[in-house]
Design a protein around this ligand. Structure first.
Ligand SMILES: [Zn+2]
Length: 380
């Protein structure tokens, strides 16, 4: 097949644009207007470059990288396409690459759109059940490290129960922790830390560790109130509320902060406390944790209504206490387990409604409860 026509040639060595004549034979002959041959491209070395529709842009495999030939003549372009064996294949490969780029760009746009539409909460909701529990444990350990270094405690170690006078309380709390842990049968063990602090609070860290502040121990009237509050916190751990909330509140940065442990300083500790504090959970999460407590207390043969009694007393006490004035520091965030809101009455009704009747033997008996009262020393 013989064909020829005009084209534009770049030799790849200079930026000069040359009007040439191309003759198609065994090779592509590139000829200057004065008849001198500039170059000769063997047909099996000719490759196509991306071009606008109808035009043909060629390069030569093994030639200068920027060498190219632009053929606008449709008849010549068609003849070259028919004659050069690797042209259509390379053209298809290039088109394939272009398709991939388009698909990836499309995927990026779609994921950004989903992210914009559904946001971090929905992603956290879907991601949390997929995470292995070791992630919860790792987040819990990191939160533990942050909080220990930050919150205000009375003189002495952060965790109560080490001194000789505190040990009976530690043993009583360990017995309760074992019973709760066995009954809950989570993939992670339940570990309860009695915190040497007057805050009236309890806090579930991700991964099974629960803080029980001495202030809350001192406000309890009987052992099953403590057991029921802890069972509620076990519910938060079981439902992975802290983990999900950490993802929702901080997104990837908080997750990676937890996981990589690069969160430092009081600001991080406040953020961690806010994320994990009772005040930050949704009503639905609280209702679920209440129901979990009732079920766990019933399984243990204890008093499932004790949680409602504790809720009511703490709420009444809070209503009588000094109003919160000013900004919320980390300490204020965790000062009280019960934040004053109208939900307490409804929560107690819901608890009583599912608690049912039946004989109750205390999950924590009076002797253990009295020992627990002294877990942070005889003077607390
Ligand atoms: Zn709660």
């Amino acid at each position: 097949m013989a064909a020829n026509g005009a084209a534009v040639f770049f030799d790849g060595l200079t930026s000069r644009r040359q009007h040439v004549h191309v003759a198609l034979s065994d090779a592509l002959l590139i000829i200057r207007p004065d008849g001198a041959r500039l170059d000769s491209w063997p047909l099996d070395e000719v490759r196509a470059l991306a071009s606008r529709p109808g035009a043909l842009r060629l390069t030569r495999e093994g030639g200068p990288a920027l060498a190219r030939l632009e053929i606008a003549d449709a008849a010549l372009a068609a003849a070259v396409r028919a004659a050069a064996p690797k042209l259509s294949a390379s053209h298809a490969a290039e088109a394939g690459t272009a398709r991939k780029v388009v698909l990836w760009s499309l995927a990026a746009v779609v994921s950004l759109t989903l992210f914009g539409l559904y946001g971090i909460p929905a992603l956290a909701e879907r991601l949390t059940p997929l995470l292995p529990w070791s992630v919860d444990q790792r987040m819990g350990r990191e939160a533990d490290r942050q909080i220990r270094g930050f919150i205000e405690t009375r003189p002495g170690p952060f965790a109560c129960g080490e001194g000789s006078e505190e040990r009976p309380g530690r043993e009583a709390l360990d017995r309760l922790a074992r019973r709760l842990s066995d009954a809950a049968a989570l993939p992670v063990p339940i570990e309860i830390v009695a915190v040497r602090s007057d805050f009236v609070n309890a806090l579930a860290l991700p991964g099974g560790m629960i803080y029980l502040f001495d202030g809350l121990i001192q406000h309890a009237a009987r052992g099953d109130e403590i057991a029921a509050v802890l069972a509620h916190e076990v519910g938060h751990a079981a439902n992975r509320d802290g983990t999900r909330h950490a993802l929702q509140a901080g997104g990837a940065s908080l997750l990676f902060g937890f996981v990589l442990g690069d969160f430092v300083g009081g600001t991080a500790a406040i953020a961690v406390l806010r994320v994990l504090s009772e005040a930050s959970y949704s009503r639905a999460a609280e209702t679920d944790a209440d129901a979990y407590s009732v079920a766990l207390m019933r399984r243990l043969g204890g008093d499932p209504r004790a949680l409602g009694e504790m809720l009511t007393r703490l709420t009444d006490e809070e209503a009588d206490s000094e109003p919160d004035n000013g900004g919320r520091s980390g300490a204020q965030t965790i000062e009280r387990w019960v934040q004053s809101h109208p939900a307490t009455g409804e929560r107690r009704q819901a608890i009583d409604a599912i608690a049912g009747d039946g004989p109750a033997a205390p999950v924590m008996d009076d002797a253990d409860f009295l020992a627990l009262k002294r877990i942070c020393g005889p003077d607390s």
